[in-house]
Design a protein. Structure first.
Length: 418
């Protein structure tokens, strides 16, 4: 390739400029096509550029106004000083793989809009402390955005701040999820189905007349509970934890949080959000029984999905196995700590999504053999069967012999003797 003198000078000048601004250049591998990595690179570059611009403006203003301290309005740049990092640590963080469950939220684990949105949120949260309604609305909007974008690291951060969704935003959660499915399904060819379109088909098939309320986002959680009730063929029972009268602020906050967690968890089951359901399940009140009900719901959804897509059905089935393993692991932990308390939990009446039953009876009814055959369940059955007594097979055989002897004596009394 031959270049003229002018072209060579321009190229040299451009390369010199790029070299001088190398700190603001990022490289993205097009073959990789990793959206999270691209968001991380863009977030780093924008933050680095704006930070340098802010520093240069402060430097210029300090020269023009000697002795006067001037600061740039942080809200105009959407920057939070909470993520101030020196260049070495930023470069080191860039090389690390993104994590779904990062303990610290950074632009390397969040999309660019989330990063700056959370920056604004942290700053405005303090400024709106005198207006609780506006503060609560901002909280819920951010959590809703995180849920619909499937950003588990972001969701975990917001849940740790005790942020809950109102019934209105639960409706928005279903409506936005269905809307995203429609956009994705419209981009694919006819007779080819994407994962989300299959989920919409499952909800429509299994929900019947209640499915339209989920799609429209009208009293979505209420009708989602009705779908579960019809699916499991249970009567609707009021949850005493959520429906009981509340007189204190602490009680009201507890009810609101549990309602939000149960609603989000049920939504995550319908749309097979494995990572989201994991972190929500850890925060619900009755984890053991909720895990059992969640297992059966996913099994039912998997059976319906198999009529449409074998791959999606297997994914939902794997999700149900995860829930079942959680229950068994939880029973292991509880029995090691206190076996009697575990027996009480297994035999206690629980309610979730208006499905009321005892955990051990529910597992037996839906043939969850891993739970029924668990040593803790077997020990509970032995306690009920033998009423706390040590089983004695010799005594059992002797009782059978006595019973047979009594029948023989009665039979001899009936037969006339000549």
């Amino acid at each position: 390739m031959n270049l003229g003198e002018n072209e060579t000078d321009e190229l040299t000048e451009s390369l010199t400029f790029i070299k001088r601004k190398a700190n603001y250049v990022g490289v993205f591998d097009l073959q990789n096509k990793d959206g999270e990595q691209f968001s991380a690179i863009v977030g780093e570059l924008v933050h680095r550029t704006w930070s340098s611009e802010r520093a240069s403006k402060e430097k210029d203003s300090s020269k023009d106004h000697a002795g006067n301290c001037t600061t740039v309005n942080a809200s105009s740049y959407c920057i939070s000083t909470r993520w101030a990092r020196d260049e070495i640590r930023w470069r080191r963080a860039k090389t690390l793989p993104t994590s779904w469950f990062s303990s610290f939220t950074s632009p390397f684990s969040l999309p660019l809009d989330f990063f700056f949105g959370f920056s604004e949120y942290l700053e405005s949260r303090e400024s709106h402390s005198e207006n609780p309604e506006l503060k609560e609305k901002l909280d819920e909007t951010l959590l809703l955005l995180a849920l619909t974008s499937n950003r588990t690291d972001y969701i975990e951060t917001l849940l740790d701040l005790n942020i809950s969704l109102s019934e209105e935003n639960i409706n928005n959660l279903y409506r936005i999820s269905i809307k995203k499915e429609g956009k994705r399904s419209s981009m694919i060819k006819k007779h080819q189905y994407e994962k989300d379109s299959v989920f919409q088909w499952i909800i429509t098939d299994i929900g019947g007349q209640h499915s339209k309320y989920l799609i429209e986002g009208t009293a979505a959680h209420l009708h989602a509970q009705k779908i579960v009730k019809n699916m499991l063929q249970y009567k609707e029972t009021v949850d005493p934890r959520l429906e009981a009268a509340c007189y204190s602020k602490r009680r009201k906050a507890y009810i609101k949080r549990q309602f939000s967690l149960q609603s989000i968890l049920l939504w995550s089951l319908f749309f097979n959000k494995v990572n989201i359901s994991t972190m929500i399940w850890k925060r619900v009140a009755n984890q053991l029984y909720t895990g059992l009900v969640g297992t059966v719901i996913l099994q039912k959804l998997s059976e319906v999905a198999r009529l449409k897509d074998e791959l999606i059905a297997d994914e939902i089935s794997d999700h149900s196995v995860i829930f079942k393993k959680r229950v068994c692991n939880m029973m292991d932990t509880l029995s090691k700590k206190n076996k009697e308390d575990t027996f009480t939990i297994l035999d206690s009446l629980e309610t979730v999504w208006k499905i009321q039953s005892k955990p051990i009876f529910f597992a037996y009814e839906f043939q969850l053999y891993d739970v029924i055959a668990h040593p803790t369940s077997v020990a509970w059955m032995n306690q009920k069967w033998y009423n706390g007594l040590i089983p004695n097979w010799k005594r059992f055989i002797w009782n059978i012999k006595v019973l047979c002897l009594l029948h023989a004596v009665r039979y001899l009394d009936i037969i006339p003797v000549n």
